[in-house]
Ligand binder design. Sequence first.
Ligand SMILES: [Cu+2]
Length: 126
Amino acid sequence: MNSRMTLTIGGLLLVAATLGGCGGSNGYMSPASPTPAASDVVITIVGMNGSLSFSPNPATVKVGQTVAWKNADSLSHTSTADAGAFNTGTLAAGATSSPITMATAGTFPYHCAIHSSMTGTLTVTQ
Ligand SMILES: [Cu+2]
């Protein structure tokens, strides 16, 4: 009895996997959100270079969108809002922060908490 049930479930999983595979080829019609699990916007941490440390800079997102910072440098960095609205914490070389939801409109200057010369601006619009 148990083995029969297992076989039935296995068959259903096989069907589901097959359908999912077929659907994948036409499931990406929206260019605005190619990877649903990732953040809406990724800002790259280029390295210690003043206002060119972050790219793009300035960056603009809409309220409710998520932003992640990707550290492309060989040193650890952070993205820390000057007034505390967001903070990625320390990002090791090559690491990407968790997506941070920007819930409030405004202009948010930010910097690297490890290297204060690294500055950027994030604008959140309605
Ligand atoms: Cu830094």
